[in-house]
Structures are given as C-alpha cells and as structure tokens.
Design a protein around this ligand. Structure first.
Ligand SMILES: [Zn+2]
Length: 186
C-alpha cells in the first residue's frame, strides 16, 4: 500500500510526501485518530519510503525493501504493540537499545508504536529519554486513539509533530494541527 491507496487524509499525505522528498521527516511523529482511519498504513508508507530503493516521496511497493516491510520481514522497521494491554518498560528498553544501532540493511530505522496510549508511565518516561537525543538514522512513530493521555501530554513538550486523522478530514482539523505546529516551531 502506497500513499495513493490510502483513502482520505489527503492533506496529511501531501505534507508527509513533501517532507520525504526534502529528506526532512521529523524523528518523532504522533498519529492521532479513531480506529480504521489509516494511521498504521500511513506510518508504514513513510517507513517504506524512508527505506525505498526507487522512490523518495512515496513507497514503490516493488523494491526488496518495500516488499520485505510489507511482509514484516525487514529488521530495521519494528512494530511495538501492547502485551496484555500494556506497553511495558521492558519493550521500551529493547527499543532504546536498538535505536542507537545503525540500520542493518536499510537506510533508516523506524519504530511504529501502536496503541501508544497503553504505554505504562515508566515506558513513557523511558521513551522521552530517547526523544531527547534521537540518532539521525532513527524515527519513532506513535499511533494514538485518544488525544488526551499521559504520554501525549508529556510528548507535546518535546516538539513532536502531531497529525490528527479523521474519517472525513476537515479543514478545521488540519488548520488546528498547523497552528499547533507553528506555535511549537516559531
Ligand atoms: Zn520501494
């Protein structure tokens, strides 16, 4: 699945594609929105594009990197999801130990944390330490269902880029995101 295959959220796609083209994808991205609006698909396309051998602004879906990421068989793209409904400190420790290692086969390491609101307080604090000084070759994408939770409130102070998703993305939502980003990055 490439950008053009994801329904809706066209403004988010356009801006992410432009950031990829300019090689300016932020090291941490927060995708917030209800279930089934394409947050994970979007994160995966960015992960593929960052490692794609043919394209820079999108995934080609044909090269060995894109194919391996689709098959979940690419060591530099890792998914972290809750274990028994909680993302534990041990999972963050593993993420931390891998973040600082150069990519094994690809160009960038990408960590996709799903259901990030299920991070324990300890896990959130551990993640913040990684976000303080992320290595140039690593990206961390956090997918949230809810906007208000402990870890988001903490992450906001770390200049994370936030994307709000909706099933029918409105201009109001998008402009809110822009004004937020602008206020964090004057
Ligand atoms: Zn590719």
């Amino acid at each position: 699945m490439a950008f053009q295959n994801i329904l809706g959220n066209s403004r988010v796609k356009a801006i992410l594609s432009k950031s990829l083209q300019r090689n300016r994808v932020p090291h941490s991205l927060l995708f917030i929105g209800p279930e089934g609006v394409g947050k994970k698909e979007m994160a995966l396309v960015v992960a593929k594009a960052l490692n794609c051998q043919k394209k820079t602004e999108n995934s080609c879906e044909e090269c060995t990197s894109c194919v391996a990421i689709n098959k979940k068989n690419f060591p530099d793209v890792m998914e972290v999801s809750p274990q028994k409904d909680v993302i534990k400190i041990e999972q963050m420790r593993l993420l931390k130990s891998t973040t600082y290692l150069k990519p094994m086969v690809g160009k960038k390491r990408v960590f996709i944390i799903t259901d990030a609101e299920k991070m324990s307080e300890e896990a959130s604090n551990s993640l913040l330490k990684i976000l303080e000084e992320p290595p140039s070759f690593s990206h961390i994408f956090l997918l949230y269902l809810r906007i208000y939770c402990y870890s988001i409130l903490l992450l906001i102070s770390y200049n994370c880029f936030i994307w709000l998703f909706s099933s029918s993305t409105s201009l109001i939502t998008i402009s809110l995101v822009f004004s937020f980003i602008k206020s964090k990055n004057p």
